[in-house]
Every structure is written in C-alpha cells, then in structure tokens.
Design a protein around this ligand. Structure first.
Ligand code: ADP
Length: 504
C-alpha cells in the first residue's frame, strides 16, 4: 500500500505565485521506483559505453531543443534572472559531451604490470563495473546544473540513476526526466520528489549516494550510508575567500569579485564569501567595488536580460543572510552599499560590508547570499592565514598580476580549487576534479576520469600465464624445499643491496 502525502507547492520567489505542485513521495514509492530501475540496469550496462553515449547524445539534443522552455522553469522556481537560467542546460551538455566522448576510454579494462614474486606469472586486469543504482540528492540553487553534473556521468558509467531534487525546485528535474522519457531511452533514470524523508528513503535504496547540500544534511546522509555500508560523495557548503594582492589589476578584480560573490544572488557553494585586500589598495578597492555593486540591477526579470541579481530562492535563506548582515552591523561593521531586504518577493540588496572581523557570523558561517564582506590585511601572509581560518575549504580566488606568486599562494590555501584572477572557473574545467576540503565535502564531485569511475567498482582479475602448471608454489602440501625456494625468491626481490643478496 502506498501512503498518500500532501503535495508540495512550488512558488516563484520573485512574486510568491504557485508555479507547480509535486508529490511528496513516501518511502514505499522510492523503494518501488528503485526496484524498477534495477530491473532495467543490466541491459543498460550491457549496451557498453558507446551504446550508452549514443543515448546520452540524443538526450543532449532534446535538452538543447527544449533549452528555452527549461530556462523558463528554472527561472520560475528559483527566482534567478534570465541570464543565469539560460546557461544551465548548455553547461550540462558540455559535461555530457566530455563524458560521452571519453566514456569508452575511462571505463576500458586496464592491463596492469605485475610487481612481486607471486604475481609475476599472472596476467593482471583491472575491470570497472558500475554500481547498479546511483542515488543523487540535490539542493535548489542550480536546478538543472547540479543534478545534471551527477546524473550524466553516472548513467554513462552504466548505473541506473534515481534523482531526488530539492523540494524547493523539483520542476526542472521533472523536465529532465521528461526528456529522458521523450527520447524513448531505457528506463534507467527516474526522479522522486519530496523532502528530507524522501531523500532518506533514497539513501536506503541505492548502492552509491552523490549528495550536494548543506554540511549538516550531508553528515546525516553520510551516517546513513555508513550504516548501510554504501559509498558516498558529498559536495557541501563553502566560505570561499578572495585574496586581492597590492599588484592586482583592479579593472578585472573588482568586477570579477562582484560577479563571483553575487551571481545567483550569492547562492552558490563556490561564491566568494570573504575578501582580503592588501592595505595599499584597500581604499580604492572598496570604493570601486561599492560603485560596481551599487549599479547592479535587481528585480523581476521580464526575460530581456535586464536583471543582474535575482531573488533569494527561499525565505529561510534570506533570513540567514539578514541575520549575518544585522550581526555584522550591530558589532561595528558598515554597509557601503545595500544591506536591506526588499520586496515584493524574496530580494536582498547586493551588499558590501567593511570593518568586519572573524568573530562575526558573516565571516564564519556560510552566508549563501548577495553579500561581500571585505577585510584589510597587512600582507599576503595575513591574508592566507585568515583565508585558512575556516571550517570550509571548497574553493578560493587570488587576484594579482604576478601569476607565479598567485600560484604559490594557491598552493598554501586549504581548498579543493583555487582560481587565479577569476571566480568559479574551475567549475567549467571539466577535465579537473571538483571537490571540497575540510567541511566542504568528501570525494570529488566530477571532473576527469575520476568523475566517471567513481560510479564504478574496481574488480581485479588474475589469470595464470602458464595454464599447464598443475600447482602454484604456495599450495598444499608444503615441502621444505619448495617453501624455502619461495622464501628465498621473495627475499631476493625484497632486498635492495648486494650484502643481502649474497647472503641468500
Ligand atoms: P539546502 O537547504 O541547500 O537545499 P539541504 O542540505 O537541507 O540543503 O538539502 C539538500 C537536499 O537534501 C534536498 O534535496 C533535501 O530535500 C535533501 N535532504 C534533506 N534532509 C535529508 C535527509 N535526512 N536525508 C537525505 N536527504 C535529505
């Protein structure tokens, strides 16, 4: 029997209108869906990487053909401006093409050279086989990109995929599932909708969990996964620092940091959340940043690319940002621009905060909103020390004309990615891993061969080179002569100096 739970209303954050209703699916529905996916997975795996890539390319074509309509759905349920909604589909198509083109290579069997006495007489092969069912849980900030970055490589790896999007923005994911159905692809990709309980049921029914969301929920998912002894990869929060050195080109650093902090209204795990500026250029940096941020256009986007900064997607998230701003202002910080929630709709003015310090919540907790706290530092060493003074370690940026010095500083930052003179650039570098350090995650999310292989299990296959041999040297019955021989051979290979070889 399937329990019927009340549906979930999806609202447009720009004006509060209801743009859709989805089912709040009970654990039994998740279990049924998982079982159905498992039935179809063996045939999907049997298609091989090239057969699967053919389906994914058809899927890409469907996504591109429906991109404008999907962008409408993304914008309506997230409140982001048109300019940001329209890049979501092309972004996942890029990842799709990369993995479709490379799946056969990344998943190919590998002949491995033996090393050691007992494996010398073996042919060794490393084989990669997919987990049967991969579960993907996603948050609300990028309703197509985030699920797409996980679903596409998992499908190409040969797994079936069960996706649970955020209950705040489930409509885009349902569009993605609709596309898969409309191209007539094998039934190995499904979406379940609902909140935390549905997510938990997903963890209980899959063989691998890819989770993106808050650190707290990520920990819950990890505990549950450990109880079930299934692997997981977590892409969690961030508190990304930007370091602006005295020799930075401010014509690039100022708009780069404004965008890095405020795209998607700051609701990105990799958004710039703290800025450390060397003293000689601090005043000029703050003045120019304030001017750029003050000119940004905010509001409801009628579709003509006339808005730069959209709405916050949820009221709860806006409350967090307001709390961070208020906490900073009451403890002596100043807003050089912005600082207030506005409406109608869930807006918060793009904000620059100065005179902030590391005792304030805006510098310690993930803000996930359109704020840019700026700190004056004496030198690069202080900037690095403060940048690393965080529980998070997702990514960071360094702004300087001296690239070698920038790279040197990048090596000292505790983060999974560092972009020099750019923000979020690593996200578009599909051939590099994308994963957080510290409380920002575990296991790289995607990028390179690992991004596909993570959805597979390694299997070692050994085959004797000489099949005529009736008995291996270590088999019963033990005899002094044979075991002595094996022992000496082991020791000969283990030793690395003449004295020990002679002694044998
Ligand atoms: P955000 O507020 O950024 O969406 P959350 O971490 O709260 O971050 O949610 C991320 C995703 O995790 C959402 O799809 C949510 O429904 C799901 N989720 C929430 N609680 C759980 C849970 N206990 N187990 C699995 N998934 C969950």
């Amino acid at each position: 029997m399937t329990a019927t739970l009340p549906g979930i209303e999806v609202r447009n954050p720009v004006d509060g209108t209801v743009v859709g209703t989805v089912a709040n699916q009970a654990p039994e529905v998740v279990a049924d869906t998982a079982r159905a996916l498992r039935r179809h997975q063996p045939a999907w795996e049997a298609l091989g990487p090239d057969g699967r890539a053919t389906w994914l390319r058809r899927y890409r074509d469907w996504l591109l053909d429906n991109a404008e309509r999907i962008a409408d759905v993304v914008a309506a349920e997230s409140g982001k401006p048109r300019a940001e909604a329209v890049v979501e589909v092309p972004a996942i198509c890029e990842v799709l093409n990369y993995y479709a083109d490379n799946a056969a290579t990344f998943l190919a069997d590998e002949r491995v050279k033996p090393s050691g006495v007992l494996s010398l007489a073996k042919k060794l092969t490393l084989v990669r086989q997919p987990y049967q069912l991969v579960g993907v849980i996603t948050p609300w900030n990028f309703p197509v990109i985030t699920p797409g970055f996980d679903v596409v490589p998992a499908l190409l790896a040969g797994a079936a995929v069960l996706l649970k999007p955020s209950e705040v923005t489930p409509l885009s994911a349902l569009e993605m599932a609709r596309g898969w159905r409309e191209i007539g692809a094998p039934e190995v990709f499904a979406v379940v909708t609902g909140a935390g309980d549905t997510g938990q049921a997903l963890v209980d029914n899959v063989d691998y969990v890819q989770f993106t969301g808050s650190t707290r929920t990520g920990q819950r998912v990890a505990h549950r996964a450990v109880d079930r002894m299934i692997p997981y990869s977590l892409e969690l929060g961030g508190k990304d620092p930007a370091i602006v050195l005295a020799d930075a080109d401010l014509d690039r650093a100022v708009p780069g940091i404004a965008w890095g902090a405020l795209f998607n209204a700051g609701q990105a795990c990799v958004s710039v959340e703290r800025v450390y500026v060397e003293a000689p250029i601090y005043d000029e940096f703050v003045a120019r940043l304030t001017e750029v941020v003050g000119k940004l256009r905010q509001g409801a986007d009628a579709g003509g690319f006339t808005v730069d900064v959209g709405a916050m997607t949820t009221e709860a998230q806006r409350d967090i940002v307001v709390r961070h701003v208020d906490d900073a202002l009451t403890r002596g910080a100043k807003a050089t621009v912005g600082g207030k929630p506005t409406g109608p709709g869930l807006f918060l003015e793009p904000t620059v905060l100065i005179d902030v310090d590391h005792s304030m919540s805006c510098m310690r907790e993930e803000t996930f909103g359109p704020t840019i706290p700026v700190v004056k530092v004496a030198d690069a060493a202080e900037a690095v020390r403060l940048a690393n003074d965080s529980a998070y370690g997702l990514s960071a940026t360094v702004w300087t004309r001296d690239i070698a010095r920038g790279v040197q500083i990048a090596r000292r930052l505790e983060a999974g990615a560092v972009n020099i003179n750019d923000a979020a650039a690593n996200l578009f570098a599909t051939t590099l891993p994308h994963g957080g350090w510290k409380s920002s995650g575990t296991g790289a999310r995607l990028g390179g061969a690992h991004g596909l292989r993570k959805y597979t299990r390694a299997k070692a296959i050994t085959v004797p080179r000489v099949s005529a041999l009736k008995r291996e040297p270590l088999w019963f019955p033990y005899t002094a002569r044979r075991i002595r021989f094996v022992q000496k051979a082991f020791q000969f290979i283990a030793a690395h100096d003449v004295r020990r070889w002679v002694r044998l």
